[in-house]
Design a protein around this ligand. Structure first.
Ligand code: PEP
Ligand code: MG
Length: 578
């Protein structure tokens, strides 16, 4: 049976399903007979041993792959499991009140969560998250429900889930994940972006797929067409195997563009940069011919932990990127948390419209302590390579001025302490709200460069939630309004002798390349795997010809017309197998 979803990350894979559910287990209270308390006690003790074993395995693996601070989360979990008061409370409920083990554990976990919830100290208060996490693991083990988490996969699987949060994806063991299929999400949701960064094929927005698929089912996932085929027949196996062969051959052919410069036929240079979320992704950037980092999404550094990463911790990551690029530039974006990227210890309030709420630069300006720490770390890293700073979610010039004021104070602080940094470090903003795009001329004197974030610009300009698959047909980066905004931002920056890049997903869309080049874009930044395809296009078109395409596209009134025209203009080089 074939299910259609949104093609979110290219590639075709075949393999066994791993169903990933995080739904809370419902536990009934049972009163147990006097004689059977030992059975429940045994269940509890066995589950306790198993839980400890699982934690120590994850801890071992985590210390190889994560930084020590993050791995210490699992030490905190282990401490809870050895806490005598916690364990005694559960045992008492089983033995004295004759309550079933799972219910006794749940009751005790909830009691401890309440106690920690009421503690004044923010650090201790946040320990309730650990209690909840480890408690759920223990309860699942008592009930014999699989607790395999994404970190402890030990065979290659296709993950099928309702959704994967950015923090889920940041912990994925790439070597075990063949593909990802989810019920919700769109092409520019962070699940999709992470999947592309990790080069894991993905199909999102598959609706009620969890009701159709079982653990261990065999599936084909086609991230090019956006399809999931459950239990394929022989003919389908043949068709998709040959498709996979064609796709692999095409990727191999693109290899030869990797070391060639990204210039048009008539000699216009277009910067070809990569978007990354972690320093580990640098390898893919280099191997795909990246000329630098156009967007380093630093928020992933803040995820899967129980507290903010300190200055040193951040500095080490930023330095790794700066040094790893060996003189090529890296744009480090300051914290862009909120929206679909949450960090539990920040205690973000539940909001009706999180994408329109307290996020990104708004949080940083309200919490200068967080912002200053990050700026210090970025500035320190600027002594080790070519680093540029970028603020996200700017909607008005006063935010840029406030951020720059804090930056100059932090620079002074470092200078006073005799710490090295690049005194001429360049500063730019993400243009991702209509407010910023329309007032680009007011903002440009305050910055060195613009980088257009079309993922958000599209959702805010068109009022379409970027992760809601129900309205994904309305999410149109080729909308005439978006093209006009892009043109305005590029033109303004050029008038002031400055540059504009694009780091939204449209930068890696082959259909958009000619229009963007024709509009005069200076840099394109995308997931590393998209770079060879885009470079091939850049090298096969002329700037003059692209300008005409862009001008004509700007005169069209409907998105559909623009897409068809872009296809027509691109037909020659998109079909040519050179
Ligand atoms: C964007 O909004 O286009 C962007 C690149 O930032 P993010 O996807 O992280 O919101
Ligand atoms: Mg954005």
């Amino acid at each position: 049976m074939i299910y259609k979803g949104i093609a979110a990350s290219e590639g075709i894979v075949m393999g066994k399903v791993f169903l990933y559910t995080k739904e809370k287990v419902q536990i009934e209270r049972d009163t147990i007979h006097k004689g059977t308390t030992t059975v429940e006690m045994e269940k509890f003790n066995d589950a306790l041993i198993l839980t400890k074993e699982q934690l120590s395995n994850i801890r071992k693996k985590a210390s190889n792959e994560l930084d020590e601070d993050q791995a210490e989360v699992f030490d905190a979990h282990m401490m809870i499991l050895t806490d005598p008061v916690f364990l005694e409370d559960i045992k008492k409920l089983i033995e004295e009140e004759r309550i079933n083990a799972a219910y006794a554990a749940e009751k005790t976990v909830n009691k401890f969560i309440d106690i920690f919830q009421n503690i004044e100290d923010d650090y201790l208060k946040d320990r309730r998250i650990d209690i909840k996490d480890v408690g759920e693991r223990l309860i699942r083990n008592i009930l014999g429900i699989s607790v395999d988490s994404l970190q402890s996969l030990n065979e290659k699987v296709v993950i099928v889930a309702h959704d994967l949060t950015p923090s889920d994806t940041s912990l994925l063991d790439k070597s075990c994940v063949l593909g990802i299929a989810t019920s919700i999400g769109g092409k520019t949701s962070h699940t999709a972006i992470m999947a592309r960064s990790l080069e894991i094929p993905a199909v999102l927005g598959l609706g009620n797929i969890l009701e159709k698929v079982k653990n261990d089912d065999f599936v084909i996932l086609d991230g090019i067409e956006g399809e999931l085929i459950i239990d394929p027949d022989e003919n389908q196996m043949r068709v998709y195997s040959s498709k996979l062969k064609g796709y692999t051959e095409k990727r191999n052919r693109l290899q030869r563009f990797i070391d060639l410069p990204a210039v048009t036929l008539d000699g216009k240079k277009v910067g070809l940069n990569a978007n990354i979320g972690t320093p580990e992704e640098l390898t893919a950037v280099i191997s795909n011919g990246g000329e630098g980092i156009g967007l380093y999404r630093t928020e992933f550094l803040y995820m899967d932990r129980t507290d903010f990463p300190d200055e040193e911790n951040q500095f080490l990551s930023y330095k790794e990127v700066a040094e790893g690029l060996k003189g090529k530039p890296a744009i480090i974006r300051t914290l862009d948390i909120g929206g679909d990227k949450n960090i539990p210890y920040l205690n973000l309030p539940d909001e009706m419209n999180p994408f329109l709420g307290w996020r990104a630069i708004r949080i940083c300006l309200d919490r200068p302590d967080i912002f200053r720490t990050q700026l210090r770390a970025i500035l320190r890293a600027s002594a080790f390579g070519k680093v540029r700073i970028m603020y996200p979610m700017i909607s008005a010039v006063d935010e840029v001025r406030s951020a720059n004021l804090i930056l100059s104070e932090v620079k002074q602080e470092l200078a006073d302490e005799g710490i090295n940094f690049d005194k001429d470090i360049e500063v730019g903003i993400m243009v991702e709200t209509p407010g910023a795009a329309i007032t680009a001329d007011i903002i440009i004197p305050e910055v060195d460069f613009f980088s257009i974030g079309t993922n958000d610009l599209c959702q805010y300009t068109l009022a379409v939630d970027r992760i809601n698959e129900k309205v994904s047909h309305l999410y149109q980066p080729f909308h005439p309004g978006i093209l006009r905004l892009i043109k305005n931002v590029i033109d303004v920056s050029h008038r002031y002798g400055k540059t504009t890049g694009i780091c939204g997903e449209i930068a890696g869309d082959p259909l958009a390349s000619m229009i963007l080049i024709g509009l005069g874009i200076d840099e394109l930044s995308m997931s590393p795997s998209a770079m060879p395809t885009i470079k091939r296009i850049i090298r096969n078109v002329s700037y003059e010809q692209s300008k005409k395409v862009a001008q004509h596209a700007l005169m069209l009134s409907e998105t559909e017309e623009i897409i068809n025209y872009a296809k027509e203009s691109a037909r020659d080089f998109l079909s040519k197998e050179d």
